[in-house]
Write a protein that binds this ligand. Structure first.
Ligand code: DOR
Length: 450
C-alpha cells in the first residue's frame, strides 16, 4: 500500500473551501481532515496551493482508431494530465466509428494500454444499430449526431430518432444542428459567390442550433428519456433550457464549451480557421448568454469538445478546412483565469467541470473530494502565470486557438487514482488510468445530491 499526505492545501470540498490535510491511500481518498501526526509514505507541502477534484471532461475526440495523425489515446491523455483532467469521455466519430459493442470494447482495451488518465467511451447511434445500443454496457451513454460534423455519423430521420429514444435505456447526448437548415443556408450562400470562413457561422447559424435542440428536447420529453445537450452555442438554446420545468427539468442537462465561452464571430479575422468548429462560434451576445446560463444553472457542465486537426489540415481554404479545436490542456487554466478576474468562483468551476459531469453520467466515486472516493486530484497554483504557446502544447496537433494568451491559474500536479501523472511540467507517462465505472441506477445529475 502506498500513501500520500497532501498537507495544508486550500481544498475545494462539497460543503465549502478550507485548509485541510488530505490523506490518500492507494487509489482512494481516505481522510479529508487527517489529524496532526498522520504519517504517510509521501508528504506534499501544499501551502499556498488549491486542491481540486480532477476534472471530468465529458466530450473529447481522441481520434483513435483511424485518425492517429491528429491525436491518439496516449497523447490526448498526456494533454489531459497537464490540464488537470483526470477522466475523459470520448466520442464515437473515430474510424471505424464506435457503433458496436465490439468497437466499444476494442477502444476500452486500447485505452487500458495507452491512457495515462481514466477513460470512458460513448457508443454512437447510426439509425440501424438499435440492437448494439441496447446491448452496450461499460459506457456513459449514446451519442447521436442529429446534425453532421466530422465523420459520417448522422441520424436525421425522425422515425429512426423516435426509435432510439423509445427503445434504448442508456442516457443520450446529441450534437444539435439542423441538417436541412445547414444545407439550405449553404446552398443559398454558395449561389451568391465563393464561400468565406465567416460564412461558417451563417451556414451553421442560430436557427440550425435552435431547431435541432428543440427537436431533441421534444424527443426526450415525449419518451421521458435522460438527455444531455452538447456544446450549446446560442442564447435561444439557453432560453429554452432555462424554461424547462417539472419532469423534463429532471431528465435534461446541458453543457457549454470553452471555445463558445471565449470566442465569437468577431474572432474569425484574427484567428481564421483556428476558431472554425461545429456548432460555429456565434455573437458576443451569445457568449454572454452562455455565461449567464452557467451562472443561473440552465447549463450545468463545461466540457471541451477537444477536436484536434493538424494545422496543415486547418490551412485548407474554407470550406475545405476541418471543424474543431483542441482544448483539454487549457480548459481548467482558462476557467481559473476567469476566477482570478472575478467572472466566477472556484466552487462554480469545480461544479461545472468536476462534480456536475460526474453526476450527469453516473460516474462512480469521482468529481468530489470525499472520503472513500477515488484519489483523482489536481493541485493548482492560482497565482502562476503562463502563456499558451503552440510549440508547448501536448496535443499531437501542437496548436491552440489560445496561442499567445497569458492565463493566471495553472495545475502544478495531477494525481490519477492516487498516482502522480504530472508534476511541475513533467509527466509520468508510464502510468495508466482506469476504466470509469458507470452506475446508471444513480439516475443522473438531478437525482444525485447537489
Ligand atoms: O467542430 C467539431 N469538431 N465539432 C464536432 O462536433 C466534432 C468535432 C470533430 O470531431 O472534429
Amino acid at each position: 500500500m502506498s500513501s500520500t499526505l497532501i498537507r495544508q492545501a486550500t481544498c475545494v470540498l462539497p460543503d465549502g473551501i478550507g485548509t485541510a490535510d488530505v490523506l490518500v491511500a492507494d487509489d482512494k481518498i481516505v481522510r479529508v481532515d487527517a489529524p496532526v501526526g498522520t504519517r504517510a509514505d509521501h508528504v506534499v507541502d501544499a501551502r499556498g496551493l488549491h486542491l481540486l477534484p480532477g476534472v471530468v471532461d465529458d466530450q473529447v475526440h481522441f481520434r483513435e482508431p483511424g485518425l492517429e495523425h491528429k491525436e491518439d489515446l496516449h497523447t490526448g491523455s498526456l494533454a489531459c494530465a497537464k490540464g488537470g483532467v483526470t477522466t475523459y469521455l470520448e466520442m464515437p466519430n473515430t474510424q471505424p466509428a464506435t457503433t458496436s459493442v465490439e468497437a466499444l470494447h476494442a477502444k476500452l482495451a486500447l485505452a487500458r494500454s495507452k491512457s495515462v488518465v481514466n477513460y470512458g467511451f460513448f457508443v454512437g447511434a447510426t439509425g440501424d444499430n438499435l440492437a448494439e445500443l441496447r446491448k452496450a454496457r461499460r459506457t456513459p451513454g449514446i451519442k447521436i449526431f442529429i446534425g453532421s460534423s466530422t465523420g459520417d455519423l448522422l441520424v436525421d430521420d425522425q422515425t429512426a430518432l423516435e426509435r432510439i429514444f423509445a427503445e434504448t435505456r442508456l442516457p443520450i447526448c446529441a450534437h444539435c444542428e439542423d441538417e436541412a437548415t445547414v444545407r439550405a443556408n449553404r446552398a443559398r450562400l454558395e449561389s451568391q459567390g465563393p464561400l468565406v470562413l465567416a460564412d461558417h457561422s451563417r451556414i451553421r447559424d442560430h436557427e440550425a442550433a435552435r431547431i435541432s435542440t428543440a427537436r431533441a428536447l421534444d424527443l426526450a420529453e415525449r419518451h421521458d428519456h435522460r438527455f444531455h445537450v452538447l456544446h450549446v452555442s446560442t442564447r435561444q438554446e439557453v432560453r429554452m433550457l432555462s424554461a424547462l420545468r417539472g419532469r423534463q427539468r429532471q431528465r435534461i442537462t446541458a453543457e457549454a464549451c470553452p471555445h463558445h465561452l471565449f470566442f465569437s464571430v468577431d474572432d474569425y479575422e484574427r484567428l481564421g480557421s483556428r476558431v472554425q468548429m461545429n456548432p460555429s462560434v456565434k455573437t458576443a451576445r451569445d457568449v454572454e448568454a452562455l455565461w449567464e446560463g452557467l451562472q443561473e444553472g440552465a447549463l450545468q457542465v463545461i466540457a471541451t469538445d477537444h477536436a484536434p486537426h493538424t494545422l496543415q489540415e486547418k490551412a485548407s481554404p474554407y470550406p475545405g478546412s476541418p471543424s474543431g479545436v483542441p482544448a483539454v490542456e487549457n480548459s481548467l487554466p482558462l476557467l481559473l483565469d476567469q476566477v482570478n478576474r472575478g467572472r466566477c468562483t472556484l466552487a462554480q468551476v469545480v461544479h461545472w467541470m468536476c462534480d456536475a459531469p460526474a453526476r450527469v453520467w453516473d460516474i462512480v466515486g469521482k468529481g468530489r473530494i470525499v472520503e472513500g472516493w477515488d484519489a483523482d486530484l489536481v493541485l493548482v497554483d492560482l497565482q502562476k502565470e503562463a502563456t499558451v504557446l503552440d510549440d508547448e502544447q501536448a496535443t499531437k496537433s501542437r496548436w491552440s486557438p489560445w496561442h499567445g494568451t497569458t492565463l493566471r491559474g495553472w495545475p502544478v500536479r495531477t494525481w490519477v487514482m492516487g498516482r502522480t501523472v504530472f508534476k511541475d511540467g513533467v509527466w509520468n507517462a508510464g502510468e495508466r488510468g482506469r476504466e470509469v465505472l458507470f452506475d446508471h441506477r444513480l439516475g443522473g445529475y438531478w437525482a444525485t445530491r447537489g
